[in-house]
Design a protein around this ligand. Structure first.
Ligand SMILES: [Fe+2]
Ligand SMILES: [Fe+2]
Length: 146
């Protein structure tokens, strides 16, 4: 499995968990919403950590550029982290309107972020990283825990 395949699959898995949480909240099933949301939040934060601690540094070392695409991606991660905090607050308060409206913002943000990574950053990593670096980076990413 390539870096691109592994990380794209994680995007899909997080999307599914997010949609399940949203559906449960829409149904007023807050117990399920919280469970699915926690799974989404943990998996997303671990995915970000894989990128920030392993993949982005590998890209930055290879290109000599740490103020390009990876800087934008790190900034967007901060925006997602902020929204995760707000969504957690809405769940705690069982505020359906707030939760569903935050879900819309989150979906737009994540969709655009993930598309940029899949079409640009992951694709570039596959092209420019030496074969050995790709293998070790994927191994190290898989070992990252929250
Ligand atoms: Fe990312
Ligand atoms: Fe990603």
């Amino acid at each position: 499995m390539s870096i691109s395949q592994f990380m794209t699959q994680e995007h899909r898995d997080c999307d599914t968990e997010f949609a399940e949480a949203e559906q449960a909240a829409a149904n007023g099933d807050w117990e399920t919403a919280e469970e699915k949301f926690m799974k989404f939040a943990n998996d997303t934060l671990r995915h970000f950590k894989r990128e920030e601690e392993e993949l982005f540094p590998a890209f930055e070392t290879q290109t000599g550029n740490s103020e390009g695409p990876t800087m934008v991606m790190r900034y967007e991660h901060e925006q997602v982290r902020g929204l995760i905090g707000k969504l957690a607050g809405a769940i705690e308060e069982k505020d359906k309107d707030a939760y569903l409206s935050l879900c819309e913002s989150m979906m737009i943000l994540l969709q655009q972020h993930n598309m940029k990574e899949e079409q640009m950053l992951y694709a570039m990593c596959e092209r420019i990283l030496p074969e050995e670096t790709k293998v070790t980076t994927l191994e190290k990413m898989k070992a990252v825990e929250l």
